[in-house]
Design a protein around this ligand. Structure first.
Ligand code: Z5A
Length: 212
């Protein structure tokens, strides 16, 4: 099972990724936490380039770099882990590209979706949690973190993040079964409880299907 967390930075993805993994592990599941871009040697190298403030990266080149990092991760880690029955939780995945490169950068959405599909093939999440937060609050949360220096992506304008947020809203409207749009202004505990309830429901359905 593949679960992904999405949202503008500072929304709480990393926080909920770890809490969900701990809960699933306590229930006996084998869980793997990954982040995007990253989590393979090549993907981490691409991440360093993508986030480097010294780089001037064309938007289409940026799209290909994110998808190259993802393709490597899918082939090297995610697909084999899923085949072994592990639960994979990814802090960002393909929907980030839809929101950031499609809506944020304003690239042609059909082209972006085509490149994403080519990179991930059939490795689509069973559940995606979009942590929805207004941009000002997200930026304030990010700013509270110690030693926070804006990377190349974080240095984008406030309007850019507003477009990214709109992209996530569009994504949720288009994929109501898979994508759960959650209010990330809620306290962590209540939000995590709702996430666990949704995941528990999917796991119960999966085990009922295996028995049938
Ligand atoms: N990117 C892209 O453009 N295209 C792509 O395809 C992909 C990525 C995959 C990667 O950044 C950048 O690449 C990202 C998108 C782009 N750039 N931007 N901008 P990253 O992986 O380094 O960082 P991030 O994904 O943006 O995450 P983050 O900044 O680490 O934020 P977060 O994981 O969403 O939040 P957090 O660290 O869990 O929480 C932030 C703080 O808020 C922390 O102090 C928490 O304790 C606090 N928090 C969390 N939840 C709450 C609640 N509910 N209430 C109050 N406070 C809370």
């Amino acid at each position: 099972m593949l679960i992904t967390f999405e949202g503008i930075d500072g929304a709480g993805k990393s926080t909920h990724t770890v809490l969900l993994a701990e809960w699933l592990q306590s229930r006996g599941h084998r869980v793997r936490i990954l982040r995007e871009p990253g989590s393979t040697q090549l993907s981490e190298a691409i991440r360093r380039v993508l986030l480097d403030v010294q780089q001037q990266i064309d938007s289409v080149a940026e799209l290909f770099l994110f998808c190259a990092a993802r393709r490597q991760l899918v082939q090297e880690v995610i697909r084999p882990a899923l085949e072994q029955g592990e639960i994979v939780i990814c802090d960002r995945y393909a929907d980030s590209t839809f929101a950031y490169q499609g809506y944020g950068r304003g690239l042609d959405i059909a082209m972006v979706e085509h490149v994403i599909a080519y990179a991930i093939e059939d490795v689509v999440p069973q559940a995606t949690f979009v942590l929805d937060l207004d941009v000002a609050t997200a930026l304030a949360r990010r700013g509270r973190r110690a030693a926070d220096v804006a990377d190349r992506m974080e240095g984008a304008s406030r309007q850019f993040f507003e477009r990214v947020r709109a992209g996530y809203h569009a994504l949720a409207a288009r994929n109501p079964q898979r994508v759960h749009l959650l209010d990330a202004a809620e306290p962590v505990e209540g939000l995590q409880e709702r996430i666990r309830t949704i995941v528990a429901g999917i796991l119960a359905r999966q085990s009922a299907e295996r028995v049938a």
